[in-house]
Structures are given as C-alpha cells and as structure tokens.
Design a protein. Sequence first.
Length: 50
Amino acid sequence: MDKAMWRASSMNRGEEAGGRTVGVFSVIVLAQEMNVSISRGDLWVMLKSF
C-alpha cells in the first residue's frame, strides 16, 4: 500500500475513533520520515498540546 494512502487511512481511523493518540502517532511517523529526531521533552510538549 502507498505510504500516503496508509497515512490518510490511519488519520481517518483516528478521527472516527476520536483517538488523539493515532494523530500523535502519525505526527511521529511523519517526523521520522523527515529524519527529525524527537527528544522525550519535545514529545511530551506535543502530547500536552493535543
């Protein structure tokens, strides 16, 4: 399956479930694809901002 398609479907599933964790996970996946290193502090800030 295409990565963009998988990302869109996973985001849709997150909206349907109302789950913010899926949204956070997709953000982390996006960051990793762009080779952005996420420290635990940044991750905590992201989680609190959701």
